[in-house]
Design a protein around this ligand. Sequence first.
Ligand code: ADP
Length: 816
Amino acid sequence: MTIAADKYGTLFNKMEQGFCIVEVIFDDAGQAVDYRFLETNPVFEKQTGLQNAKGKTIKELQPAHEAHWFRIYGDVVKTGESIHFENEAAYLAGGVWYEVFAFPFDKPEKKQVAIFFNDITERKKTERNQTFLSEISKDLVELDTISATMERMGEKIAKHFRVPWASFAEFTDDLETGIVPFDWHDANVPSLKGSYRMDQLWTPEQMAKNNTELMVTTDTQNDPRLFAQTYAALGIGSFISIPLAEHDKFRFMLSILDAKPRLWHEDEIELMRELTVRIWTRLEKARAEEAMRKSEDKYRSLFNTMDEGFSVLEIIYNDAGEAMDFLFIEVNKEFERQTGLQDPTGKLGSEVVPHTEPYWLNIYDTVVRTGEQTRFENYHEDSRRWYESYASRVGGPGSRQVAIVFRDITDRKKAEERQTFLLKLTDALRPLADPEEIQSVAADLLGAHLKVNQSLYAETIGDYVNISHSYAIGVPPMIGKFRHQDYGIRLIQGYRAGEMQVCYNTRTDPTISEAERQVLSSAYISAYVAVPLIKSGEWLGTLAVLSIVPRDWKQNEIDLVKETAERTWIAIERAKSEDALRKSEQQLKQLLQLREDFIGIASQELQTPVTTMKVFAEVAQEKLEEHGSKEEGELMRRLNRQIDRLTRVINDLLDASNIAEGKLRIYLEPTDMNEVIQEQVEEIKKIAAHQFNLQLNELPIIDTDKERMGQVIINLLANAVKYSSEDTTVTITTEPVTNGIQVTVRDEGCGITREEQPKIFDRFYRITDKNKTPSPGMGLGLYISSQIIQRHGGTLTVESEPGKGSVFVVTLPVEE
Ligand code: ADP
């Protein structure tokens, strides 16, 4: 040993780096296959774990030592060049990484290499772990479920840790059961997928911990926390398990497991921990994203499936702070459907819906300013629809966005409009009596409502139509007589068949001939809707609305023309029938007057000859009774009685006629009613076999037409006799009453029902019984009597019970 060598020797022994000098051993082919240690320092022993290496070859010390070491040192010998590198010696000191500086030593033929090295295992592991982690992280980005994660990464993880298993377990809430839905395992071990009773794996103490700390077991067969047999049965020798808590509760576990006992390195544990955190974070995120997507989907699908249109608009203000326009931020499908606007998102209102009425923007502006939700119904010209909308601000003050939920209420509005129109039409037509006026008013209202150029009613007369009135705006009214066929044979045929005719454009309608087109165009007709009126198969007329420009008639408009036509016809029918009723009433009145006149005239005309007849008959009777035979006298007497009857009939008729014309004359004189009654009873006795019971009390003298009073009394007596049998009694009572007198005539006859009682005082009213032969009479007696009594300021009333009899009561006032 030289001093120098000794000096170096000291240096080598003191330095921190490992140092050795080796002699590379080549085979016959010149391949480096081994090396022998010529010199080592104390750090060498520490860093390689090789004791007393000097003089021995590396293969003797560690047969598995990697071949790359020989190759590198062989190259140094061969090239004579130094080298600096990092490499792994997996079989030295439980796996080490070295940073090496190697250079040729001594003469080349000695094949010696001097080596300085550092143990960089820690750094390397960290680096490797980092690489692994960053790879995993890259993969993780695409993975969003635990199953995908375990499928894609189980193998990677297991391979990295050099273990046969990587598994994921889930725990039930009570921790009783652990389920392994996913695992990766190599070919030498069985899968761990399945369910496990945790109390068969873990001791009660371990179970009770419910800890979220990682669990590292170097040897399952010698771990007091575990039931060794269970693990032995599963073939698990050691493991690292990282529990994952959800809401602070132990729920999942990621594990790497080895079949043999294993002393886990700190960096492995650390890596597992780090790995779990990453996987977990990613899964959590994926889960959150999934939840978010679900709720977003839900919102989306609600958004797109709801019946209401929905849009978010941003209001655009100018520098002066005035709302100028709006931007479509978002719309749903229904929005597009209802408005007919395709994908307006990102476009301005002024671009997409340039005719939007200013009130829309005003409402949005107000909503943005006040933040108050509003509901409104508005018409929108661009889409030609009515909307019911709810607008509310999106976000707090300062936000310029408005969310609008709306519904197309065009149909409802149209129905309302239609209702209003029809109501107006009915009201307008109701008071009208003239069919022509009804037609004109209907045509005018319809024309104004539909905003057409013309609206008219054409009456069919033979081969022509006659139009006497037309609502016309912007065109000369089409009034006059027109020949049907000029307007189209097809049209006329349709009318006759009762079919309504709709034409949207006369210029392009293929069913219209060129000649017809000319006629239509000269009449300024480019579109029309016409409804024929058919009565008993006959085409009576047509209600038509005409447009000077082609028009896309809406179904509701077409329906309205039809409805108007129908209502018009009904109104006309009504007017006609009212007219007919009026006429028949008038006729009846005339007829009644005629009868009145006839009765008056006839009775007047009869009176004179009958009176004359009576005079002669009486004279004749007297003469015959004096000079002639008894039989002839008797005949004459009968004749006289019939003449009396005839006279009474004529008188009744005359009286009735006079009463009807207000010509009944009354001549008042002081009258004792008892006297009148006695006289009439005497008269009736002549012809009646009844008993007459008179209960006459003293009465004041009153002013009456004595003769007429006699007529009333004889009438009542005659009725009493006529409507009761001969063996009954007629009772006549008189008595003074307050401010007057009362006369009652009571019989014991057939009586009068309650319903008939008020009617018997009517003119010509008689109660007729089909089962009985009618008693003689005209139904005038009570009428005349009651009129007479009324003329005296009194009343004539009846009380009666069928089968028991009737009481007629005359009350007359006493004049002061
Ligand atoms: P008429 O000539 O038929 O008697 P009246 O005017 O005197 O006409 O009477 C009208 C009707 O009232 C009679 O047809 C009869 O049916 C009924 N009537 C009148 N008086 C009596 C009575 N005392 N008892 C029952 N019915 C009576």
